[in-house]
Design a binder for this molecule. Sequence first.
Ligand SMILES: C[S@@+](CC[C@H](N)C(=O)[O-])C[C@H]1O[C@@H](n2cnc3c(N)ncnc32)[C@H](O)[C@@H]1O
Length: 291
Amino acid sequence: MLSYQHIYHAGNFADVQKHAVLMKLLRVLAQKPQSFAYLDTHAGRGTYDLSTDEAQKTGEFRHGILPFWKNRDAQAPLADYLETVASFNADGALKNYPGSAAIARAIMRPADRLLLVEKHPGEYAELQKNFAAAKNAETVQADGFQYLVDKVPFAERRGLVLVDPSYEIKSEYAELPKQLVRALKKWPQGQFMVWYPLLAAGGHENMLLALRKTDITNMLVSEIALTAPPQDTFGMYGSGVMIVNPPFGFEETLRALTQYIADRLAAKSTASVFWLDNRKISPETGRLSRI
Ligand SMILES: C[S@@+](CC[C@H](N)C(=O)[O-])C[C@H]1O[C@@H](n2cnc3c(N)ncnc32)[C@H](O)[C@@H]1O
């Protein structure tokens, strides 16, 4: 039984990082005239109303997007992301927060294709409603990990897969590397973006270690770690994004963006950007170095 609902976390600092990176990757794809596809394996409901009791109860967006929203700077690395969020809030107040699927739709062109997968019945019903009018989007109620493997490579031969599980079931940390290996065997040039939480329990470290042991190369990581997490983050002390096959030169873009966010979060935090392939596995501990 799935109980995770993203409305409690929408617009938090992890969403800022995830969605800003997602936008930058999609903008690169949209620069070329050829159409592309986007698969969101754990799409959620699409858009989130921050005025609801659920979002207000945790208030996570107050430590996330809100400080950036209040100090919008047209030159900053987050300008594009904040402008896109603004396009969902016509009267100027921050109320509607676009999730990954809505952000992708805002960037993608009519000939580009969205495939949005969500398993939770309630979330799926909302997703279906939110995308009913989108002619270039298909919504599916299914297991996202299965779609990750079945739907690649895309007919367009260009595009991005976002893998953004809730990690509600602890086995997802082990399943993700397995499914990613299978997907990359079918599509070695494919671009994949994975989000994960940094938790004291260390599930993410095991996942990165497992990925490091595969023969997947070209894995670029961005992590933001809170040095003094607020009480209400439920043990999540940071947020990570891993991109397989990022566009040429993306490391610099990612470094600037990650640092910018970390420097301005309400809670004190550090940024790190590294290639996972370069991380050594310590012979003594069997763990990854510097993680
Ligand atoms: C972190 S949320 C997604 C947020 C969304 N990608 C965004 O950025 O706006 C994870 C979602 O995965 C859904 N989910 C959980 N297990 C799933 C599975 N096996 N397949 C597809 N979706 C699943 C949850 O119901 C939840 O809506």
